[in-house]
Design a protein around this ligand. Structure first.
Ligand SMILES: [Zn+2]
Length: 270
């Protein structure tokens, strides 16, 4: 995220903090028009969609998460194998936190779009499963999901709730069949992205006539390349997020408001 204060978007954001929020209405109306005139809408979502649900943006320096721990020590596939106890000391509270979180109006707006036949799929960087919890179908999780865990030995899998019961006194989740190490099905730093999900995401982006990008800075590979695929195929791009993105200049609509209010407002105008 850029820190310079000369970004015109900063003025826009500042103007949007007023109580009425009227400054956002033209953008929201433009987004509604774009949605109404598109036939193959695909949503692409990032951490900003889950922030209103109380889930911090773990990759953002502002989250403060990495102030006390080095991600290379706890959140890599190497750390999982080398220091499994340390990995789970860090990751177990995240599992417990996500279990308690619920979808917010941004998730629900995407469900409503799908219900109206205006959203074919949701590609997400999020691992929290809140799109599915809200009711979206056809969710493509390019960073995996915290919703299940798997044994690295025999491949057995458990749901999020079941995973909580796999911890012994040693604080490590262990397979009930083979005593192997159990790992959450999220893509850790140093792990390959799930090939099938990425192929599906690229295919959806290339076929979309509108890629609705919500709550993502669009800076992290592989999501960063998807809007370009849509544009190269003649599709349009809408960006709904609070910070700057590399696609702001080429987006057909750019909404800088809160995703949990802007997205439902646009759907309500359809
Ligand atoms: Zn096993």
């Amino acid at each position: 995220m850029r820190a310079d204060s000369n970004d015109p978007a900063d003025d826009h954001r500042a103007a949007g903090t007023g109580e009425a929020g009227d400054e956002h209405e033209p953008d929201v109306t433009a987004l509604a028009s774009l949605l109404a005139s598109s036939e193959r809408v695909v949503a692409l979502t990032g951490a900003g969609v889950s922030v209103p649900s109380g889930i911090p943006d773990f990759r953002s320096p502002e989250s403060g998460l990495w102030n006390t721990v080095d991600p290379m020590d706890v959140a890599t596939i190497d750390a999982f194998h080398r220091n499994t106890k340390g990995f789970w000391d860090f990751y177990r509270p995240r599992l417990d936190m996500v279990r308690q979180k619920r979808p917010n109006p941004a998730h629900e707006a995407l469900v409503e779009l799908e219900r109206r036949g205006r959203c074919d799929a949701v590609i997400t960087q999020n691992i929290d499963g809140l799109h599915q919890a809200a009711g979206s179908t056809g969710v493509v999780e390019v960073h995996g999901s915290i919703g299940t865990s798997s044994c690295t030995g025999c491949g057995a899998t458990w749901t999020l709730d079941e995973t909580a019961s796999l911890f012994g006194e040693h604080g490590i989740a262990t397979c009930t069949s083979c005593s192997g190490k159990v790992k959450p099905d999220v893509v850790l730093f140093g792990e390959l992205l799930p090939a099938a999900a990425m192929e599906r995401a690229r295919d959806l982006a290339a076929r979309a006539d509108l890629l609705l990008c919500v709550g993502s800075s669009l800076e992290v590979y592989p999501v960063a390349e998807l809007p370009a695929l849509t544009r190269d195929s003649g599709g349009r791009i809408a960006v709904v997020t609070q910070g700057p993105t590399p696609y702001d200049e080429v987006a057909d609509v750019r909404v800088t408001g809160n995703v949990a209010t802007a997205l439902p407002a646009a759907v309500a105008e359809l």
